[in-house]
Design a protein around this ligand. Structure first.
Ligand code: ZN
Length: 363
């Protein structure tokens, strides 16, 4: 099956996206327009002039530190900017066949320009996302990202309280992101106790992204992670794999991102298939599609073209995502039904593996 034909089949499959950053999914043109409006200090003669500063391309260093330089918080001039970006991102996800999207964002990032209040920005995200979700047939939920380098107990308490206040609007969990090396999990025990004490917010922790299996273990044991952002390093330690299987902790894997940040050198050797075989609840996600200059479909394409995954294998991953979504049980059952019906409708389209061209932006 040709690359384009395969992408068409992949597009038609109903997908669950658990790991996507609002800040990393902004259209290049929108960043350019917001950047011009705010006169930020970057080349802004055209979107392509801006691109090297906010997107990754082949030949650049593959390290998390370098990648994170593309991740900016200085776009925001008004709540309308936030609403626009969220609407566009939901539309973009729908175009790739996403039916359930958990969009994460840092309230601290959205308020860093001093133009927006963090709590009001959280509300703007949730309201715009609900509206866009209804328009495009996507169930949209939100995760609040706390950034390791910017630990601030009082501020984080406010974010967590406000996340609970917005639970009815779809804020369902809290994420921890940032530099795991200098700011390890044990520094965040109290903050995540507070998250778990809310009784309504799920916990997902970026861990084991180029660090070590122990970072994955401590995310589960110290912070109560129900899901791990990436967690590839777990593959190197049978004991940590066993812990993930036993506790049914899901890994939010993002193969293209994992290549661009240098966590894997070769997508064919990505540890997802190994973890899948060991019974870990592995899922496929996009992470920062605008920075990667690829989409969720490219990650699915890696599974098919590099690992030989067929329709049944993709359905197994999709079921994992449904099980790991931060949803109540009736909503989960409904989502599962939708996903399974969509896969049944695609059966017989001959989704076969085999060597093919690499997806763009990745090796
Ligand atoms: Zn991430």
């Amino acid at each position: 099956m040709e690359h384009d034909e395969r992408l068409d089949v992949l597009r038609s499959l109903p997908k669950v996206e658990l790991h996507r950053h609002l800040e990393g999914a902004m259209r290049l043109r929108t960043q350019w327009e917001l950047g011009r409006a705010r006169r930020i200090n970057l080349p802004l003669s055209s979107p392509e002039a801006l691109a090297p500063f906010v997107t990754w391309s082949e030949g650049e260093p593959r390290s998390l530190k370098h990648f994170l330089t593309k991740f900016r918080g200085d776009w925001w001039g008004s709540y309308k900017d936030v609403e626009r970006v969220v609407r566009e991102e939901v539309e973009d996800a729908a175009r790739e066949g996403v039916v359930h999207l958990e969009l994460r964002f840092s309230p601290e990032n959205l308020s860093r320009t001093g133009k927006l209040r963090a709590e009001a920005a959280m509300q703007a995200v949730a309201e715009a996302g609900q509206e866009a979700g209804e328009e495009h047939g996507v169930g949209v939920r939100y995760l609040v990202t706390l950034v390791r380098e910017r630990q601030d107990d009082d501020l984080w308490r406010r974010f967590i309280d406000h996340a609970v206040a917005l639970h009815e609007l779809g804020v369902v969990g809290v994420d921890l992101a940032g530099d795991e090396f200098d700011h390890p999990n044990h520094e965040f025990v109290r903050a995540f106790e507070r998250v778990r004490d809310t009784g309504v917010l799920g916990v997902t922790i970026h861990a084991g992204e180029g660090t070590s299996p122990e970072h994955v273990r401590s995310a589960v044991e110290l912070l109560g992670a129900q899901r791990i952002g990436h967690g590839l390093e777990a593959a190197r330690h049978p004991g940590v794999i066993g812990l993930l299987v036993e506790k049914k902790v899901a890994l939010e894997l993002c193969p293209v991102s994992n290549y661009q940040t240098g966590c894997v050198d070769d997508l064919s050797a990505h540890p997802l298939p190994q973890l899948d075989q060991a019974g870990v609840r592995v899922t496929l996600n996009a992470d920062d599609p605008a920075i990667h200059r690829t989409g969720l479909l490219d990650n699915y394409d890696v599974a098919v073209s590099r690992w030989g995954y067929l329709l049944d294998d993709l359905l197994r991953l999709e079921r994992n995502s449904v099980q790991a979504a931060f949803l109540d049980e009736p909503a989960r059952a409904k989502l599962l039904e939708k996903v399974e019906a969509g896969y049944r409708a695609c059966a017989g389209q001959g989704l076969n593996g085999g060597p093919t061209d690499a997806p763009s932006g990745s090796r």
